[in-house]
Design a binder for this molecule. Structure first.
Ligand code: NOJ
Length: 535
């Protein structure tokens, strides 16, 4: 007997990821801010969103746009004030939604007072709060490299030692083997819990602990992993996550989701380890497999079943198609003239799988990766690696609210150019168009809320992608829903005993509420249909 799910906000709700610099500018400085988010909360309610994940808004020199934090209990003036944040929490809660903050535990900004102290002298009490090493034969201590490929060590002339950083040199890694540091960091977490935050998205959490001896990483045939093997995924991280979970569990109804980006992507068993027994470490972990699937129904099926199979039974899956680092999904498959049809199909998948769906802001209107010209690039990685890698700005352009100047995002020139598409692709116009991407998302979410099978039910595969068709059922108590997705550009016939007398809940090609009268239907190219089975 499978145990019956009971509703839980973080398992069964729909999440919306906001990149705050680009959501809504309220004060005319070209940068999105917290009051701007408050202005748009009713839009999220209308869309059907249950929880918001907010990329960092803490005090930061913005070398990595907020992922370099210099004040964990402060809000960066660019985004507003602590009062604004409190107001955001109150406004989110008053609408029955939850707010999840981004938490960067692996590193701080080099401007953070802890690092300023740590670097001041070798015998400073906070020296060991970061990772300092003597030069080795006059050079860097080992061959470990940053996530973007250069040496992960920076020499500090003043104290004649190197410090370690997984990202920019302005983002020194904390030493999570130091108990004093850990205790102080946990106080920061407690601060946010006390303030009423509902949970945390934990940035690069698998990087927290490094291999103790700091020996050279082996050189591997997978060049991308070279120099990045011993600096992550260490078992001691699990212990810290257990302590973190214990802290979280002292407050009611909190959640955590970890960013666990593994190399090469797709090692679901490794990602799942961070979920522990299912109730003693992270609540959920991002598995990025769907982002790396080619346009192939079998590949999607494989990624989904692999992830379901990998996570502990007590735990809960989640799915994501786009984010601020890996780009937007609409453009991922050189989708050509069918891009919106394909995007609707993937939206249907995301919102009907067993697992928490995360929608990246703008995906619901079909925003694509923008083309950013060299002069407009803001992402330091884009600046550094142009033209081989143009950086992450392409998926961080301002939200397109309407066809006014700057897409209704700001009344001044935005920090990143609004995508040229805003005149034809924006919230205001799409709300008026029944067939728009936005209205399709709204319908999907509405149906998901109306039929508990779609959020809480179990998942049974019916067709595993062979022939381009993916079909599965969701069941909760006596309710049964069938989802059929045709990844193919050809029509496909689909026959299934239970089809007869089912009716359409949402579809790219069929009218709402139409009754299916046979055991067999012809699926149109890229058709996505959700059916309530007769029972
Ligand atoms: C992952 C974040 O998503 C990314 O934007 C950031 O640059 C790195 N972690 C470093 O914090």
């Amino acid at each position: 007997m499978e145990e019956k799910e009971t509703y839980s906000w973080w398992k069964h709700g729909v999440f919306y990821h906001i990149y705050p610099k680009s959501f809504k500018d309220s004060n005319g400085d070209g940068v999105g801010d917290i009051p701007g988010i408050i202005e748009k909360l009713d839009y999220l309610v209308d869309l059907g969103i249950d929880a918001i994940w907010l990329s960092p808004v803490y005090k930061s020199p913005m070398v990595d746009f907020g992922y370099d934090i210099s004040g964990y209990r402060k809000i960066d003036p660019l985004f507003g004030s602590m009062e604004d944040l409190k107001e955001l929490i109150a406004q989110v809660h008053s609408r029955g939604m939850k707010l999840v903050m981004d938490l960067v535990m692996n590193h701080t900004s080099d401007q953070h007072p802890w690092f300023v102290e740590s670097r001041s002298s070798i015998d400073n009490p906070k020296r060991d709060w970061y990772i300092w090493r003597e030069p080795k034969n006059g050079k860097i201590p080992n061959n470990w490299i940053t996530n973007f490929g250069s040496a992960a060590w920076t020499y500090d002339k003043h104290t004649k030692q190197y410090y370690y950083h997984s990202f920019f040199k302005e983002q020194p890694d904390l030493n999570w083997r130091n108990e004093d540091m850990k205790r102080s960091f946990f106080e920061k977490i407690q601060f946010w819990l006390n303030l009423g935050i509902d949970g945390f998205r934990l940035d690069v959490i698998n990087l927290l602990i490094k291999e103790k001896t700091f020996r050279n990483s082996p050189l591997l045939s997978n060049w991308f992993s070279n120099g990045k093997v011993l600096n992550r995924n260490q078992p001691r991280t699990f212990k810290i996550l257990q302590e973190f979970r214990a802290l979280l569990d002292t407050s009611d109804n909190k959640m955590s989701i970890g960013e666990i980006y593994v190399l090469p992507p797709g090692d679901t068993n490794l990602v799942a380890q961070f979920l522990g027994k299912g109730d003693d470490m992270l609540h959920m972990a991002f598995d990025f497999s769907l982002i790396f699937c080619s346009w192939n129904a079998c590949k999607y099926h494989e990624a989904i079943t692999k992830w379901y199979g990998a996570i502990p039974p007590e735990s809960w899956p989640c799915f994501v198609l786009s984010n601020h680092d890996l780009g937007r999904f609409v453009k991922r498959y050189s989708l050509g003239i069918h891009k919106y049809a394909k995007a609707k199909l993937l939206a249907t998948l995301l919102l009907t799988l067993r697992g928490t769906p995360f929608i990246y802001y703008g995906d619901e209107i079909g925003m694509e990766n923008s083309r950013i010209s060299k002069k407009d690039i803001k992402d330091p990685y884009g600046k550094k690696f142009w033209p081989f890698y143009t950086g992450r700005d392409k998926a961080r352009t301002p939200m397109q609210w309407n066809s006014d100047e700057n897409g209704g995002f700001s009344n001044t020139t935005p920090w990143l150019p609004v995508s040229e598409s805003y005149k034809s692709l924006n919230v205001e116009d799409q709300l008026k168009d029944e067939d728009s991407m936005l209205n399709f998302y709204r319908q999907l979410i509405k149906v998901r809320k109306e039929y508990p099978s779609l959020s809480m039910g179990n998942w049974h595969s019916i067709i595993d992608g062979v022939g381009g068709v993916l079909a599965y059922e969701r069941r909760y108590e006596k309710e049964e829903i069938l989802i059929v997705l045709n990844f193919s550009y050809r029509r496909k016939s689909f026959s299934y005993q239970k089809l007869k007398s089912s009716f359409v809940l949402v579809s790219t090609h069929r009218q709402y509420n139409t009754m299916i009268e046979t055991h067999e239907i012809t699926l149109q190219a890229y058709e996505a249909t959700v059916l309530k089975l007769f029972s």
